[in-house]
Structure formats: C-alpha cells, structure tokens
Ligand binder design. Structure first.
Ligand SMILES: Cc1cc2nc3c(=O)[nH]c(=O)nc-3n(C[C@H](O)[C@H](O)[C@H](O)COP(=O)(O)O)c2cc1C
Length: 252
C-alpha cells in the first residue's frame, strides 16, 4: 500500500510510480486514517518537505494509521532540494506507534513554494532530469527490502536543531489568503484542498483553521485569487507536476 499526501502533484507522481512498479495500491493519506492495514506486507509513505520538516498535518495523520510492526514501512520524501529533518521526524512518530522505519530516501523536484518568494517553480523543471535515476535506485532497493535510511549531513543537522521554531511563522506568512473581490466562487480551491479546509460562503472561498500550507489552492485557482506570503499567484508561476492533472488531485 502506498499512502501519499500532495498539494501540487510532485508527491502523487512519485507515489504513483512506486505503486505501479511495486504493484501496490495507491491511497491518499487523508483517507487511510482508521483503516485496518495490519495485513499489508509493505507500506510506503510519500509526502513533501515543508520548512525542512514534515507538513504540519502529517504527524496527526500518521499517528491515526493502523499498521503492523511486521510490515515493511518506508518513506519517500519529495523536496525542492533539502528534506531536512523529515526522515528523523517520521522515524520518531512511527516509533511511538511501535513501528520501525525500514527505508527512506528523497527525490528533488521543483519547489512549489518558490512563488511565495516571487520566483517561478516552472523554471525548475530541469530537476526532473535526475528523477529517473533516483527512482530506479529507490525501486531497486525497495524490491530488495533494503533497510537503509538515506540521509545527508544537513538532515542530521536539522535533526539536532529539532523542529524549526519558525513553523508557526511559516503558517502565518505562507498561509493562503483569498482576495474576495476577485473570487468567483468557482469551487476549484474547495475541491483541491487535501485538508477539506476551504468552503464557500456567499460564493466566496473561505479558508478554515486547518491549513497545512500545501499551497494547492494557490496553484490551482483559475482566477489567481489566492495570495501566499503577500505574493499574488501569477498564472505563469502557478505549478502542477506535468504528469498530474487537476482531477487527479481532486479525485479523493
Ligand atoms: C510551505 C512549504 C515549505 C517548503 N519547504 C521546503 C523545504 O524546507 N525544503 C525543500 O527542499 N522544499 C520545500 N518545499 C518544496 C516542496 O517540498 C516540494 O515542492 C514538494 O515536492 C511539493 O510536493 P507536492 O507537489 O506533492 O505538494 C516547501 C513547499 C511548501 C509549500
């Protein structure tokens, strides 16, 4: 079973490839809470890095999974370049459930938060050139049921520093804000939000208190109505993994 969390499709594309090549089922992490997965021989968790760490909503989601210590549990983390503390944090959360993380690796892909800093994620597509070789390695090692946590010195340093204190600041600054004057109430953000955290009121999008800053709504809004970090989401900076369609992110 491959469980994924994804705002703009990078993690979904990797999870999908793993599911196909390992002949596993693919399920959104948000749908897996409370489902008995104790018979699964292999469980993969695929998710993005936020602020050198796990997406804020992930610890709670993972803590609600029903999995067996006998399963081979692995993670593949997507990131712009630095997955930081993700591996160690996931290992710690799983250990609290009596599960040992067997394998972990990262895949570098375009950084979907670049638009929050006035840069264009679509100018980072060259990063995809290195993905096939990394995926070939990951799949080979997973097929061999390798027990390896691939990490860099930077990820060890992040672990030593612990969860960055700026997390709340990240949510505060990068948290999406709707420009109600421009919002047409088209419902796209409501449907694409993996946290079910957006609703419509008087045909205007309202973002609730459960945002995990995946920026799915910012990138998907067809009117470029949702800002992050004070930056307008210009159309050319809106990003989605090239192999992932909007309906793939909505189909949950
Ligand atoms: C709020 C936020 C924070 C991020 N922080 C990092 C980071 O610390 N390091 C990094 O390499 N990439 C970072 N990224 C980039 C994402 O990890 C990367 O683009 C990921 O593949 C997005 O996955 P998705 O398309 O499945 O949502 C961040 C993205 C967001 C939205």
């Amino acid at each position: 079973m491959i469980l994924y969390f994804s705002g703009t499709g990078n993690s979904l594309a990797i999870a999908r490839q793993l599911a196909e090549q390992l002949n596993e089922r693919l399920t959104p992490l948000v749908d897996a809470a409370g489902v008995d997965m104790t018979n699964e021989k292999r469980i993969g968790l695929v998710f993005p890095t936020y602020d050198f760490n796990l997406p804020p909503a992930l610890p709670e989601m993972v803590s609600r999974l029903i999995i067996s210590p006998k399963s081979y549990v692995f993670t593949v983390v997507t990131c712009g370049s630095m997955a930081g503390n993700c591996i160690w944090e996931m290992r710690r959360i799983l250990r609290k459930k009596g599960i040992e993380l067997a394998y972990s690796h990262k895949v570098s892909v375009p950084d979907n938060s670049a638009l929050a800093f006035g840069r264009n994620p679509n100018k980072q597509l060259k990063k995809f050139e290195r993905v096939p070789a990394r995926m070939e390695q990951i799949i080979r090692e997973l097929q061999a049921e390798s027990h390896t946590l691939h990490y860099s010195w930077f990820s060890l340093l992040s672990w030593l520093l612990g969860r960055p204190a700026i997390e709340n600041g990240m949510i505060h600054c990068l948290g999406p804000k709707v420009n109600a004057d421009k919002c047409t109430g088209c419902n796209t953000c409501v449907r694409v939000c993996p946290m079910n955290n957006i609703s419509l009121s008087d045909e205007k999008a309202i973002i609730g208190d459960n945002c995990t800053v995946c920026l799915a709504c910012v990138h998907a809004c067809p009117q470029q109505t949702i800002r992050t970090n004070g930056q307008e989401a210009r159309k050319e900076r809106q990003y989605r993994h090239p192999d992932i369609k909007l309906k793939d992110l909505i189909k949950r």
